[in-house]
Design a protein around this ligand. Structure first.
Ligand code: SF4
Length: 214
């Protein structure tokens, strides 16, 4: 596929962006689209939802590897799983795209907005919305809520899926041979994905095994 992208510009005449990244496959296309438009940005990796730690470290290292390749600053934020589990209490049985996911996006965006406010960024965005498994409206609502306490901050709700973004995401993942995670991230999504696989007689997820191939 020919990599034709539209020229992007940041909202509110901003000159740099703090991009929350959930993983390398989702942020690969977002990063290359930003670079193709000459936008100055920094990656912010804050994903305390990812379980177990082995999976978290693999996803993070893949993202660091790709950021280094493109010479992009990478902020490695805390893996404060205790806070995540604390906030997820009572939502353990919620389905994907439900209230637990709203909490999960809220938490990640709140930390992104805090870091942005403390480090001179007036625009934040996220790679989360590029996945077709996610509810864009839900994600954007969380992004808007996160910037609300900061009068001069904007959540950029650009739809990274459009104009071939989703297809390029897969193309880049294959080209880079990224680690291919097989569940959303938290312990409950791992449980539910395995439950579904079991019901279909499929093999259960093996952490650290699956990679995209060209
Ligand atoms: S399913 Fe995904 S978005 Fe929802 S709570 Fe778990 S990790 Fe977060």
């Amino acid at each position: 596929m020919t990599l034709i992208r539209e020229k992007l510009t940041l909202p509110a005449n901003a000159n740099k962006l703090l991009l929350h990244s959930c993983c390398a496959p989702c942020s690969g296309e977002v990063m290359e689209a930003l670079q193709a438009s000459g936008i100055d940005y920094t990656i912010f990796f804050y994903n305390p939802n990812i379980h177990p730690q082995k999976e978290y470290l693999i996803r993070k290292e893949e993202n660091i590897r790709f950021a280094k390749k493109h010479n992009i600053p990478f902020v490695d934020a805390d893996y404060d799983t205790n806070n995540w589990f604390e906030r997820a209490k009572g939502m353990e049985k919620e389905p994907e795209r439900g209230i637990r996911c709203t909490m999960c996006f809220d938490m990640r965006f709140e930390r992104t907005a805090l870091y942005a406010s403390e480090n001179g960024f007036s625009v934040i965005s996220s790679s989360l919305g590029i996945s077709r498994w996610k509810d864009m409206k839900q994600i954007n609502g969380c992004g808007e809520r996160a910037v609300a306490p900061y009068p001069n901050m904007v959540y950029w709700d650009y739809n990274w899926r459009k104009k071939g973004g989703s297809a390029r995401m897969i193309e880049i993942s294959k080209r880079e041979q990224f680690y291919q995670q097989e569940y959303c991230g938290c312990i409950y999504s791992l449980r539910d994905t395995n439950k579904h696989r079991k019901s279909q007689g499929r093999e259960l997820i093996k952490i650290g095994v699956q990679y995209y191939t060209p």
